[in-house]
Write a protein that binds this ligand. Sequence first.
Ligand code: DC
Length: 230
Amino acid sequence: MSQDSSPLSEVPEIIAIDGPAGAGKTTTAREIARRLDFMHLDTGAMYRALALKVLRDGCPLDDAERIGQIAQDARVALLLGESGQRVILDGEDVTDLIRSPEVTQAVTPVCEVGQVRERMVELQRLAGSSGGVVVEGRDIGTVVFPDARIKIFLIADLSERARRRMLELQAAGNTATLDEVMTQIAERDRRDQQRDLAPLRQAADAILIDTTSLSFDQQVEEIIRLYTAR
Ligand code: DC
């Protein structure tokens, strides 16, 4: 079913938000979901949970075959708890653990493995099948939900994204410098854009929003306005 040929009523009520690291996808998607009473699906958190499982297994990060097997056995779910979205890996709440620098490093090679992407896309489609979902990631508009009601590609200047990420890290007690964060984000962008499978790119029918000089409220309201105008 393509968006062009299907009646609007058959298009799943999905808001797809893609973009590079630090563009504000997660906070924006969470707030849009809250205001519209939608579910929020943070697909990056799912890849992070799997990377944590790979690290715990002691599996080398270049062993694609074993990483693929680990993905087949993994049960990754996102639940809405009283303190926001919780990430559950094989029955354990790993919400806080998946934001560690070790997991952030490991997730890049892990999410490049074909079997990992197949398994995650399957779980993501299942989670979004009933609609009423804001889904964010890198390949949502291009691969996971190409028929989404609306697709947003969220970007911001590298220096602004690094500044926002550094503030988040500092709030969590991390002492990373702006230069370090900028280098890490640039490297993650490069690998996300250049990988063979489901690379980060703007879908042809996605709307580009540059948040560099937008306030948080402005970007949330703009996406809701675009969605309700469809
Ligand atoms: O959004 P994030 O930083 O939490 O994502 C973690 C990693 O997962 C990121 O390096 C890219 C990858 N990812 C992906 O490949 N596809 C998605 N749909 C979401 C995230």
